[in-house]
Write a protein that binds this ligand. Sequence first.
Ligand SMILES: Nc1ncnc2c1ncn2[C@@H]1O[C@H](COP(=O)(O)OP(=O)(O)OP(=O)(O)O)[C@@H](O)[C@H]1O
Ligand SMILES: [Mg+2]
Length: 313
Amino acid sequence: MSYALNMLEPIQNIVNAISGVVAIRVNVERYMGLMNTTGEVFDSEEVIEKYGDAFNEKRENWESLTGDIEFENVTFKYPDGDETVLEDFNLKVPRGTMTAIVGETGAGKSTLVNLVCRFFEPTKGRVLLDGRDIKERSLSWLHSNLGYVLQTAHLFSGSIRENLKYGNPHATDEEILKVLENVAPGFAAKKLKKGLDTAVEEGGDNFSAGEKQLLSIARALLADPRILILDEATAAIDSVTEKTIQEAIKTAIKGRTSFVIAHRLSTIVNADLIILVNEGRIVESGSHAELMRKKGEYYKLYTRQYEAISVDM
Ligand SMILES: Nc1ncnc2c1ncn2[C@@H]1O[C@H](COP(=O)(O)OP(=O)(O)OP(=O)(O)O)[C@@H](O)[C@H]1O
Ligand SMILES: [Mg+2]
């Protein structure tokens, strides 16, 4: 019995080791899979030569951006999609102006701004920044000039400070609080019990949809970008928060070239240009007053939404 028991233990050890190896294999495969992913968008050799890459930014060569944006005959299809989302799209956005993009879900609004962020590249045609092809300068340069508030505001677990600093790692506490106060006066004092140390739960679950949006606007502004993109969340928010967010947007866009994708049209009545997109094409464009006078699609959309609000109340 004693000899037999002595044999049992080493066998047990061997079995454990084998199952350990199997587990490692799975992890190694996942790790290698992740590390081998290449992005679809990358800088060319010449661009890296001149502007540096993400690890070695040659900031001395970075030109400052004034913020003129142009879409030139842009045709676009998602790499894994089979439909052409944009076809021969043209649009000129002068520096410092606010362009609002409205349209039904799936119209191509987010796609348009994704191209400005160079998350994807046009299948045909060009996107120009200050008159130069967006590809001529590095991704790091572009992203240092760009603030993006995503349709799905993302907060990760950690403190408010960590969540906001993500927009600009060099920001000091005073700078963070100042931006926060500009975006949403009184918010920090009222809602952040422990100031910037206030904890954020995974996905920002301890904040409402509206608050998350305010925080992500603050995060985008911390980098003081030349171009600001706001993809408004569709989530329903109460009318007080809506008002606060509208004010926040008004502050945010001052002096920047901005794209605002709005689902609540009240947000964008002051835009310099409103474009109504449908199936990747501009159906109507102009200022709010012009489009209302025209009594076309935008007029219909606006009055319908207004009626819906009246019924709600
Ligand atoms: N990553 C992707 N891969 C493939 N197709 C996509 C991808 N993202 C969007 N699409 C497709 O492109 C079209 C336009 O999508 P887009 O996200 O630009 O719409 P949207 O106007 O922003 O809509 P919403 O108001 O719902 O945000 C849709 O038909 C969609 O199915
Ligand atoms: Mg969208």
